[in-house]
Design a binder for this molecule. Sequence first.
Ligand code: SF4
Length: 257
Amino acid sequence: MSPARKSTPAAAKRGTGQNKTGAGAKAPAKPKAAKRVARLSPADAEEMFARLKALNPTPTTELEYSTPFELLVAVALSAQSTDVGVNKATRKLFPVANTPQAIVALGVEGLKPYIATIGLYNTKAANVVALSQRLLAEHAGEVPRGRAALEALPGVGRKTANVVLNTAFGEPTMAVDTHIFRVANRTGLAPGKTVRAVEDGLLKSVPADYLQDAHHWLILHGRYVCKARKPDCPHCAIRDLCRYPDKTPGEPEPVAA
Ligand code: SF4
């Protein structure tokens, strides 16, 4: 997978999961949607995704998983953590416990050592064990495919449900994290002051053909190109389409012959 342009992944990265969020969920604290920008036209939105797709035809999550349950656990662990950090933990955890039964058998105290390097690990350990118990009690140990059932699981909010619905089950949902929130606002693709407003805006403005993978393209673009502190505008593939008024100056380096 190759995002539009990879600079150093050492830039602050946020995971794709988060705790419960609802219709009134506040936007990520940083960066703010400080300036009002013009909306992208439908034609420019189409062109934007055509370019992102050309650069990365099959985007996917950077969280490592092999089953819907592993993805659910990885996303639940990723709130306010990096995907890299979550992958380091789950590479040790999943070979030992990658089913609800095994997680419940491990228990909260047994799970903690595997995830102790991840932020909020005490709360996350309790949630992962509790959601595993709920899956066994109410869903025969399977991850449900419905939003309501997912959001009823301990520690699973709207965004986590969106990630699972999109990435595990192929639903055209839009899980708005800090990267997507920033890119949607800067570009003018779906300006909004809250996470839910941006999610709803994206569901309207992303062309139907690109909706399934848009979540991944936007995250990767925000993570590696349209970075929070200093967007790499000179090397951005959608610079001419983007409505952000404070683009970083400079010209792209000439391509070597
Ligand atoms: S031109 Fe700059 S602000 Fe606009 S999407 Fe590209 S990197 Fe982000």
